[in-house]
Design a protein around this ligand. Structure first.
Ligand code: ACO
Length: 402
């Protein structure tokens, strides 16, 4: 509703790029995406190879330090993370301040912001040792915080980390285990979760990562920057999409499972209904992560011989969409979130926890990107411009004459 060229004349040489569709905010050597070809690589390694052969901690090392670790380096890194899984007892008290039904994402974000208050002597973003210890603390403590946020929401006592276990095993035990009862670790579940965390570990300058970089560009510390990233991730157009997908599938099932009429609603843009878990700003082809996850979905969902009816709805939706002009024209394919919710549900996680799992996976990416940003001499404080469309100068009026 406004004349952009006139405004540009008034404002000077400013480029408007809503959503930063064509604007790079930085250069980065971490993640490569080719959206047309459906390619994703971390530090040059194809996501398919990492998902099959690596572990989440090894991928975290790769993203943060730039190379795959040697055996000794990986053992040293794993040990350092293992030593920091506990939370300060006072931080545990923090959880009781939230209402019982609090969504775990803001709890996670607040607890991560609060972590910095426990380590005030090691927060200098330009001190390499401070950054290193903050990195280890975050990687070690986020699973504990996430499990506590879950325990809090169901009113169960917190379990201390068991450092005999791997990071993923420990997270599952702290989440689903009960004090004084043995928790049997299911290796299929551990493998599937570890793989999902790898697939979420970085995705270059997405909304939450750009948030982490933007906050960090003001020299805010790593904890505060990651805390902001968690809030960004919670939005339904970003990480929140994985729970939105399950709610959508549930809704279709409750309405009698009529996939065709749902697709029609989406195409007619009725009430702004979208096919959640479809479409991506960068991928205009099948999201390579979705292809890997689809295979895991088969393994986990058929494990006990029980088939979730929501999976059939998802498969039908995908089939319809891939054959439909509306989706073909707009290059809308399943993204990483289309199938993850079904796996998380089969693992026993409530919908509220899905985005928390995304945050656990994305953490090494946020840390790697923040560190790259802080170390890059070309970094300036992030400060976009705007095109002003408000009132021209006018005089203040006394309240009695308004
Ligand atoms: N269902 C139906 N139509 C869609 C969808 C969808 N999921 N996604 C995009 N479209 C349509 C838009 O309505 C638009 O149509 P138009 O040209 O007739 O106006 C066209 O496709 C282009 O879409 P944009 O919104 O311009 O694409 P953008 O790149 O801005 O958005 C996004 C990408 C946010 C991911 C979008 O596809 C979406 O909302 N998807 C559903 C939510 C989702 O799954 N998010 C997770 C993303 S992946 C992640 O964060 C891990």
């Amino acid at each position: 509703g406004y004349d952009i060229s006139a405004l540009l004349k008034e404002t000077g040489n400013v480029t408007v790029d809503s959503g930063f569709v064509n604007t790079a905010s930085c250069s980065s050597a971490i993640t490569f995406i080719d959206g047309d070809e459906g390619i994703l690589r971390y530090r040059g390694y194809p996501i398919e190879q990492l998902a099959e052969k690596s572990s989440f901690l090894e991928v975290s090392y790769l993203l943060i330090y730039g190379e795959l670790p040697s055996q000794t380096e990986l053992e040293g890194f794993t040990e350092r993370v293992r030593q920091h899984t506990m939370l300060h007892e006072d931080l545990k008290g923090f959880f009781s301040g939230f209402p019982r039904d609090a969504h775990p994402m803001p709890v996670l974000s607040s607890a991560v912001g609060a972590l910095g208050t426990f380590y005030q002597d090691s927060l200098d973003p330009f001190d390499k040792e401070h950054v290193e210890i903050s990195t280890i603390r975050l990687l070690a403590k986020l699973p504990t915080i996430a499990a506590y946020a879950y325990k809090k929401s169901i009113g169960q006592p917190f379990l201390y980390p068991d450092n005999e276990l791997s990071l993923t095993e420990n997270f599952l035990r702290m989440t689903f285990g009960v004090p004084a009862t043995d928790y049997e670790i299911d290796p299929d579940m551990v493998k599937a979760l570890d793989q999902l965390l790898i697939l979420h570990a970085d995705h270059e300058q997405n909304c939450s990562t750009s948030t982490v970089r933007l906050v960090g560009s003001a020299h805010a510390n790593l904890f505060n920057s990651v805390s902001a990233g968690i809030h960004a991730l919670s939005g339904p157009l970003h990480g929140g999409a994985n729970s939105a997908v399950l709610e959508m599938l549930d809704g279709i099932l409750k309405d009698g499972g009529d996939v065709d009429s749902f697709v029609k609603k989406v195409k007619n843009k009725e009430d702004g209904v979208k096919l959640m878990g479809f479409g991506h700003r960068v991928y205009k082809n099948y999201d390579p992560r979705a292809a890997i996850i689809k295979q895991t979905t088969d393994t986990i969902l058929h494990k006990d011989g029980v088939r979730d009816p929501l999976l059939d709805i998802a498969l039908q939706l995908e089939q319809r969409a891939l054959e439909d002009e509306y989706f073909i024209e707009r290059k809308l394919y399943p993204n990483v979130d289309f199938y993850t919710g079904l796996i998380y549900k089969a693992m026993g996680f409530p919908t509220k926890m899905f985005t928390v799992l995304f945050a656990l996976g994305r953490l090494p990416g946020w840390i790697a990107q923040w560190r790259e940003m802080i170390e890059d001499p070309a970094t300036k404080i992030g400060r976009p411009r705007q095109i002003y469309t408000g009132a021209n100068e006018r005089d203040y009026k006394a309240i009695t004459s308004r």
